[in-house]
Design a protein around this ligand. Structure first.
Ligand SMILES: Cc1cc2nc3c(=O)[nH]c(=O)nc-3n(C[C@H](O)[C@H](O)[C@H](O)COP(=O)(O)O)c2cc1C
Ligand SMILES: [Mn+2]
Length: 495
């Protein structure tokens, strides 16, 4: 069933998962600080209804934080709130591979207001400056950026950041190598053309989950959103660019982006997903806005980026599921047997990943690491791969730590370092000279496998029940059964 942002807020209301804030809040840092504190408390989604300088005017509200917990992500996907990791990850693996094509409709609510030419002014929206160290007001933190491959005609929808420049310009972080709009950009550049862009703000609640994660190149995210919904997404034609956008979006900003020297504009710093503020102000390709369309009383949607211990960003909650699902599909397509779970803890955004296996052969953990590191989805993720056996709950740091303490031996296949592979240019643990993307094309990462499975080079011993590792201190099952049966008798029934 189709859903827009307003339906999602109604649904969250019903589940007591959204709070409306009527007190006046300033867009300059105060709103971001409120959002941070609510993330720290694992609190609800927030709808700010009274924002300084925006109490009247066409746009008065800011919505954020609806993916702050995995429970709300499950709600958005139509899954039970207590769905297991395997349950949600396998659902996403399946849906990511299905397609239903969108349909083009005549018009929709997003066309209620159409502003072109000199009248264009993106500061009519209450765009926050999310953090005090940020270089400006980030209008695109949770926006869906639509571009079209000029060769195949296929659209891509990705989440990429953009900062308010002038009233009609937006410098954006456009990474030309890995990101799909970057690949499109290179093709337009070869033709000497600027790239048409449409930035969609607010819409189907499942859309951020798809635009913010790497589906394979050439796959149109509209087709995948249709599959998640079980019906075609309704799109409308843009006014000034040859692109199509959801009819039920809150706001669409259309224009053209170029990296011609006279089009570069300063962008940054920005609070990155790593939890660090990175990037000095840098000249970036800028989008010139040709048209803005929006619903009556549009709700501006954005997100506070950056995960810290104790507060997980929306990005990291989404990534904890998508990056695990994408990894599991990679391992499956590589033909690796008996993977039983893949888990990403939100704190690492997928920089670390845990794979659970029923071990089939000694070299299997290395095969897993090699398959992940060889995939393009590893650009920003999978720096550290942990592999454990299926008696270890990989979502439990305690259990992983036990396996690491007593199953892993660094020089007996336990730790493998794969130095200097392609990787993230925004990881502050990488020296700056290894993050020079002008010179190197991407960041360089020293990737590490932690093999926490029991070593098959060890001999089996008859006195160890013919296993390679000694038995644990657990009582015999028969003794455990006796104790359970006599528990009350011991006077221990209250424990
Ligand atoms: C909240 C959020 C912000 C993001 N910001 C950026 C960004 O500024 N630049 C970027 O290249 N990727 C960013 N990403 C990651 C991309 O959205 C992700 O890599 C996605 O796969 C891009 O779509 P694509 O695979 O179609 O290129 C962000 C993701 C999220 C969830
Ligand atoms: Mn894509």
């Amino acid at each position: 069933m189709a859903m827009d942002l307003r339906d999602w807020i109604t649904q969250l209301d019903g589940a007591k998962e959204v709070r409306r804030i009527g007190a006046e809040v300033h867009w300059d840092c105060e709103l971001g600080a409120v959002a941070r504190r609510v993330l720290e408390k694992r609190g609800p989604a927030l709808l700010f209804e009274s924002i300084t300088d925006y109490k009247d005017g066409p746009a008065t509200q800011v919505f954020t934080g609806s993916y702050g917990t995995r429970k709300r992500l499950a709600l958005a996907l139509g899954l039970p709130p207590d769905v297991t990791n395997t349950g949600i990850v396998q659902y996403v693996m399946k849906k990511n591979q299905e397609r239903i094509k969108p349909v083009l409709v005549e018009t929709g609510p997003v066309k209620e207001n159409v502003v072109k030419g000199d009248k264009v002014d993106q500061t009519i929206f209450p765009v926050p400056r999310w953090g005090h160290r940020e270089g400006g007001r980030y209008i695109h933190t949770f926006s869906h950026i639509v571009t079209r491959d000029p060769e195949t005609g296929v659209m891509n929808v990705g989440m990429y950041r953009g900062m308010v420049g002038k009233k009609d310009t937006t410098p954006m972080l456009l990474i030309k190598g890995g990101q799909h709009w970057g690949q499109h950009f290179n093709k337009y550049a070869e033709r000497g053309e600027e790239m048409p862009v449409a930035c969609v703000i607010g819409g189907d609640p499942i859309l951020p989950f798809l635009s913010g994660s790497p589906l394979p190149a050439g796959v149109c995210e509209w087709d995948v959103l249709g599959a998640y919904r079980g019906e075609p997404v309704q799109l409308v034609q843009c006014e000034t660019v040859d692109l199509e956008v959801p009819a039920n979006a809150e706001i669409v900003i259309e224009g053209f982006i170029s990296d011609a020297p006279d089009r570069l504009e300063m962008e940054g710093p920005f609070g990155e997903f790593t939890g660090y503020v990175s990037d000095l102000p840098t000249p970036r390709p800028s989008m010139r806005i040709t048209c803005i369309t929006y619903r009556n009383k549009p709700i501006f949607q954005g997100t506070l980026e950056g995960t810290l211990p104790g507060s997980y960003s929306e990005n990291s909650v989404m990534s904890s599921v998508q990056r695990a699902a994408i990894a599991w599909n990679i391992l499956k397509n590589a033909g690796i047997p008996s993977i039983t779970d893949v888990y990403v803890h939100p704190i690492t955004n997928g920089t670390n990943i845990c794979v659970q296996i029923k071990k089939q052969y000694q070299g299997q953990p290395k095969q897993i690491a090699a398959a992940l590191w060889g995939s393009s989805a590893a650009q920003y993720r999978y720096k550290h791969v942990f592999v454990a056996e299926d008696d270890i709950d990989i979502s439990s740091y305690e259990q992983l730590d036990w396996a690491m303490a007593y199953r892993m031996n660094a020089l007996e296949d336990g730790i493998v370092v794969f130095p200097g592979t392609f990787g993230s240019p925004i990881d502050p643990s990488t020296p700056l000279h290894d993050r020079n993307i002008q010179q190197l094309g991407s960041g360089l990462w020293n990737r590490v496998l932690f093999d926490m499975t029991r070593n098959w080079r060890f001999e089996r011993h008859p006195e160890w029940d013919n296993e390679r590792f000694p038995p644990t201190v657990r009582p015999a099952p028969a003794d455990e059964a006796t104790v359970k049966a006599r528990w009350q008798e011991y006077g221990l029934g209250d424990l």
